[in-house]
Design a protein around this ligand. Structure first.
Ligand code: TK8
Length: 338
């Protein structure tokens, strides 16, 4: 009897706390949201997802549960995105790059040496251009809630130090399932192989491929340093993460709930980006400590590399949409004060 009373009191207290957190609203239903991630939980996405879950908790008075899956446990980026489109999964944090087959305009983010720094990336993604791209997603039955940071990508490999253009020659490099990346790495002379992220570690381990390219935080948290010897600071592309939601499921949510999704994805974004930038330097130090040889590419060689891949822009203009590339370039010119 006493136990029952205790439970009732605890239940009442919980309801009151929930009431304090968010005013009871008829427009908020009990929800379970599954979010899939290709990266591991200690990647900055872990912090972003936790911040998002806490935001849901506060805004819904504990009505929503965010179930996160890591290291491609719910399928790779492309499979998860297709599950969203068919309405069988709620959410995915995916790089834009593996899903260009669904929305070709996303290929604009894969163009080599597009952004110079994180500030430019933030301004483009959070500004009008980011919205322009987000507006294309509903036609593919997807809703983009926010852009998070994947980051500047660097090459790792187990064959040799890469410090000049010639060093890329013949190297077997995994690229994302994306024509722009494929072309960029073929143009640099590598033997490039498109592959889903979840298969990269074992392909490196068995020696099926020599190398891959990803930001420091991913090289660190996916333990690529265990199966790689060299890291070159190529910074050849900045890829964003998109926080995508199934439009089929979005349409079943109330307007208030839709707003919570967007607001909390933005809360998560700020936490995730800060974590990404903080962890980036730590990750570099950690992988070096773990035995990766880190190589810089000098300015003259970097210029040669830039020049070598310039043709990629033209070759993919038709497929991405010339107007998309023009808009991007106009946005960048404005940010750069040109
Ligand atoms: C994680 C991927 C990954 C990306 C890649 O899901 O495939 O190399 O950079 O981080 O989206």
């Amino acid at each position: 009897k006493l136990a029952l009373k205790k439970t009732l009191t605890a239940g009442l207290a919980a309801t009151m706390i929930a009431g304090l957190l968010a005013p009871a609203s008829a427009d908020i239903s009990k929800r379970t949201i599954r979010v899939s991630n290709g990266v591991a939980e200690d990647h900055p996405n872990g912090e972003g997802v936790r911040a998002m879950a806490q935001c849901f908790d506060e805004k819904t008075g504990g009505e929503w549960t965010l179930n996160a899956f890591w290291s491609s446990a719910l399928g790779d980026d492309l499979q998860a995105t297709q599950a969203l489109r068919s309405g069988t999964q709620e959410m995915v944090v995916t790089s834009s790059s593996p899903i260009v087959g669904i929305v070709p305009a996303l290929g604009v983010f894969d163009l080599p040496f597009l952004f110079a720094n994180e500030k430019e990336a933030d301004a483009v993604l959070d500004g009008e251009f980011g919205q322009y791209i987000a507006d294309m997603m509903p036609a593919a039955n997807l809703v983009n809630l926010a852009y998070w940071e994947n980051g500047f990508r660097n090459l790792t490999n187990s064959a040799r130090p890469v410090t000049k253009l010639e060093d890329f020659s013949g190297m077997r490099v995994r690229v994302m399932q994306n024509n722009v990346f494929l072309d960029t790495f073929q143009t640099l002379g590598t033997n490039a192989t498109p592959m889903a992220f979840g298969e990269v570690f074992s392909a490196l381990e068995t020696g099926a491929i020599d190398g891959q390219e990803n930001p420091y935080v991913t090289i660190d948290t996916s333990k690529f340093y265990e199966v790689q010897k060299y890291l070159s600071n190529t910074r050849h592309a900045y890829t964003p993460f998109m926080v995508l939601f199934s439009k089929t499921i979005w349409d079943q949510y109330s307007e208030e709930e839709q707003q919570i999704l967007v607001d909390c994805a933005v809360v998560g974004r700020d936490v995730q980006r800060e974590a990404s930038r903080k962890l980036s330097e730590e990750s570099l130090a950690r992988v070096e400590e773990a035995g990766l040889e880190v190589n810089d590419i000098d300015t003259a060689e970097m210029e040669k590399i830039h020049e070598a891949v310039q043709g990629v822009y033209e070759r993919h203009a038709e497929e991405i949409g010339p107007e998309v590339i023009e808009k991007m370039q106009a946005a960048l010119a404005e940010i750069r004060g040109e």
